[in-house]
Design a protein around this ligand. Structure first.
Ligand SMILES: [Zn+2]
Length: 243
């Protein structure tokens, strides 16, 4: 539900985990203290990630109980999940095709885009829906649902929908708007009312639409799927030919 990339000695991480991949209980090899996600080896912190969106309280709100740890070339991917949540981080990193459903939730409803990437590219859906379940149509492949959901009692039922879906599909939650990050270059965009504009790429579009693209870009990059990042940029150019 929350994926992080921790830079550290891969060999030491492999030793600590006794392999490349393991699901552990939170509080053991992986701990969340304040806003630090830390991997321990023999009781000693091996590497950590300071999250700007995760705090100790959030971790309790979401009922996170386990962590998936997958050793990569120069670090480890750590995914914090609930006890009943679908696990399979290696599948998420290496599976094909990867289907990314990215949704931005706000007062206007659920704004969503589906990117099917990994060998071929297809824009499968667009529009505004009333609920996450209504907007989510699983496709053939590895389905990753990314939701930008404000923490507020008003959106509580939508959080419940996301938890439901997480039992059978990969779900990633974001609680902070990334709407001012450029989907092409990753630079900071300028705010102009409900619009954002990148001074570098001259891209200008709605803040909500941009948040969806930025979320997809962020998680695909975090998973280390460089090839798919390039594809995502191409989809963006196809979809917004005039920017
Ligand atoms: Zn840009």
């Amino acid at each position: 539900m929350f994926t992080y990339y921790l830079r550290c000695d891969a060999e030491k991480a492999r030793e600590a985990l006794d392999g490349d991949y393991k699901v552990v209980d939170l509080g053991g090899a992986v701990r969340v203290v304040e806003s630090f996600v830390t991997l321990y080896a023999g009781g000693v912190p091996l590497c950590m990630y300071k999250s700007w969106r995760m705090t100790y309280t959030d971790y309790q709100i979401y009922g996170l109980a386990k962590a998936e740890v997958f050793v990569r070339k120069d670090g480890v991917l750590v995914r914090l999940v609930r006890a009943d949540e679908k696990v399979g981080l290696p599948e998420l990193v290496e599976g094909s095709p990867l289907v990314v459903h990215a949704m931005d939730v706000n007062e206007n409803g659920v704004m969503y885009r589906v990117f099917r990437i990994g060998g071929y590219v297809e824009l499968a859906a667009r529009g505004v829906a009333g609920g996450i379940k209504e907007a989510f149509h699983p496709k053939k492949g590895v389905n990753l649902l990314i939701v930008d959901l404000p923490i507020s009692p008003k959106f509580q039922h939508l959080l419940g929908e996301a938890f439901d879906l997480a039992r059978e599909h990969f779900v990633e939650l974001h609680t902070t708007m990334l709407s001012d990050v450029c989907p092409l270059c990753g630079g900071r965009m300028e705010k102009r009312g409900r619009l954002v504009r990148c001074p570098q790429c001259k891209v200008q579009l709605s803040r909500d639409v941009n948040a969806v693209w930025a979320l997809a870009r962020n998680i695909v990059r975090r998973l280390g799927r460089e090839q798919q990042l390039a594809e995502l940029r191409e989809i963006f150019r196809l979809y917004y030919p005039n920017v």
